[in-house]
Design a protein around this ligand. Structure first.
Ligand SMILES: [Cu+2]
Length: 582
């Protein structure tokens, strides 16, 4: 059944709500065009999450297809989950309440969060349990994502609805003149199976594990046959591929070009014109679309073009799909522009690479654990490699399988350096990334440096069936230069307490004790271990001391981020981490 047949069938069943405008009713269009105009559902938007509030996971019945109940796995009863919108530098907090009958975690995809806030499956919250996620928002402004990351349940949870936007804003970007407010529109693209309408039935069989659980019915922000009324002006669309496995080749139905302005980790360093780009599961791309050339009453459709993957594994991928119809209905101007310049991005220099890691992606055998990285499948408590802080690494990933793999790294963003040796990258690759699509038999080189949190993080395929099949490894970010917030705060009678408040802006206090008279120092370091400020350096009598510092008065003002303070006396060295949040 093609889409038109589906629409007709749905019309016969009375399933669609008419959204006709009088103007469109009387438009002198041929019947086919009028039918298209008359059908569809207005694009929905999830509610905005109130920072500091509760995120409660439970099954819920919602209307995805009008007039029919779909049982979903929802956050606060909403599918997709409520959209988090937080400002860079603020502290994000969500009190997670797991009211579902399976273990669950929330992973903040693309967000740089401490190990215990990252939603690793080892930190699963049991049914009935609660957990508070809280961390300073260190990322650049951009379009991020949150979703389930429960062990071997991620794919089913996400398919059933457990996912949402995590959007970071930054007032510093306002002067760029990008479209804002009603003209800044997040679009989460997912696919479901029309054969199961109205349910999100998830029964992954062998082919689904091999290739991913692919659907034929696209939902945009949970809206089937979605349309969105636009004005004849410039819009920013934040595209998130929240699908389990489907890759989209995004384009407009008339092939009119648009501008790509953002990748996974926020704005690119230039707006680049393009007529299409690939968006694989977990990836985000922000684009500017100008509707000025259209006339009122016209429409144009955001679609996924047919494509063939360069390899044998294009099974059911590459299907042409209509995603979202834009109905041009007004003349209100957004006031937004395509910026001539965007803030620069410093690109890593491959000459600075300290460590090269090779990853080979394979698919072999049948049943469970077909998908492997370096021959391995995921083991919860096995650390597959250690990455030292602050060292630039090259990750050379060879896809030795006949299937598409979108590879995702937790913790900090990376940069794509080359594809099959070519550094002439498509515009959606160039910028900050956390997920990269790797075609069959392709080699992609990434450059990555972790500068912040230590601990255990994940590297995995974001085809969620592949991930749950074990295509995932643990790596541990370690601290070889001796700055470690996890050590004891007591050594040989010396005591260094956690500063308070923490995170802080601009002032904080540090209390320490020394058990005997002698020379001590208390100094502040940045994440690279560079000494940036001396609080005390000299003789002190035995006793307890309190020191206050003001971040605004150090080195012309410290920016948001992690810093370390060390107390040293003879052979004794104690260090703690502090966080500045502007
Ligand atoms: Cu994969």
């Amino acid at each position: 059944m093609n889409r038109r047949d589906m629409i007709l069938k749905a019309l016969q069943a009375g399933a669609f709500i008419s959204s006709v405008k009088p103007m469109q009713l009387f438009a002198n269009e041929k019947k086919d065009a009028l039918l298209t105009e008359m059908t569809g559902n207005p694009l929905r938007f999830p509610p905005v999450f109130t920072n500091g509030g509760t995120m409660s996971l439970a099954t819920a019945n919602v209307n995805v297809w009008p007039g029919q109940n779909t049982q979903v796995l929802a956050i606060n009863g909403s599918y997709p989950g409520p959209s988090v919108i937080v400002e860079k530098g603020s502290v994000f907090t969500a009190h997670f309440s797991n009211q579902h009958n399976e273990p669950a975690t929330i992973h903040w995809h693309g967000i740089n969060a401490p190990e215990l806030m990252d939603g690793h499956p080892k930190d699963a919250v049991p049914p009935g349990g609660n957990y508070t996620y809280t961390f300073p928002v260190l990322n650049r402004a951009g379009t991020y994502f949150y979703h389930s990351h429960a062990d071997m349940l991620t794919a089913e949870h996400v398919y059933r609805g457990f996912a949402g936007f995590f959007i970071v804003t930054d007032p510093a970007e306002i002067p760029l003149g990008l479209p804002r407010g009603d003209f800044d529109v997040p679009l989460c693209i997912q696919d479901r199976r029309s054969a199961n309408i109205p349910q999100f039935t998830y029964t992954a069989e062998l082919n689904d594990v091999m290739y991913g659980y692919l659907g034929d019915a696209p939902l945009i922000n949970g809206t089937p046959d979605a349309y969105f009324e636009v004005n004849r002006t410039l819009y920013r669309f934040r595209l998130l591929n929240g699908s389990n496995a489907r890759v989209y080749k995004i384009a407009l139905s008339d092939n009119r070009p648009f501008h790509i302005i953002g990748t996974d980790g926020g704005l690119k360093d230039a707006a680049v014109q393009a007529a299409s780009f690939y968006l694989s599961p977990g990836e985000r791309t922000d684009i500017l679309v100008d509707f000025t050339p259209y006339t009122i009453g016209q429409n144009v459709t955001l679609k996924s073009q047919a494509f063939t993957a360069p390899g044998a594994g294009s099974y059911r991928q590459g299907t042409e799909l209509n995603l979202l119809r834009f109905d041009v209905t007004g003349n209100t101007a957004s006031g937004g522009i395509v910026p001539a310049t965007l803030p620069p991005i410093t690109y890593y220099n491959p000459a600075d690479v300290k460590i090269v890691r090779n990853f080979t992606l394979t698919m072999s055998g049948s049943g469970m654990n077909m998908h492997r990285i370096n021959g391995l499948t995921f083991v919860m408590d096995r650390i597959d490699w250690q990455t030292p802080l602050n060292s630039l690494e090259e990750w050379k990933i060879l896809n030795a399988s006949n299937n598409i793999h979108p590879m995702h790294s937790h913790s900090e963003q990376f940069q794509v350096y080359s594809r099959n040796g070519s550094t002439d990258l498509p515009p959606a690759d160039k910028g900050w990334k956390d997920t990269v699509l790797i075609y069959p038999f392709e080699t992609v080189r990434l450059l990555v440096r972790f500068t912040g949190y230590r601990g255990i993080f994940l590297f995995h395929c974001h085809n969620l069936e592949h991930e749950d099949d074990g295509m995932m490894l643990n790596f541990k970010i370690t601290d070889p230069i001796g700055i470690n917030e996890n050590n004891s705060n007591v050594a040989e009678g010396y005591v260094l307490n956690q500063n308070y408040p923490n995170p802080f802006n601009p002032s904080t206090n540090i209390i320490f004790e020394i058990p005997k008279d002698g020379n001590i120092s208390l100094k502040l370091y940045d994440q690279l271990g560079k000494e940036i400020y001396t609080m005390i350096d000299g003789f002190r009598r035995k006793g307890s001391y309190e020191v206050s510092i003001n971040a605004d008065l150090i080195n012309g003002g410290l920016s948001s981020g992690e810093y370390f303070y060390k107390l040293s006396a003879g052979n004794v060295l104690i260090s703690k981490k502090m966080i500045v949040v502007k």
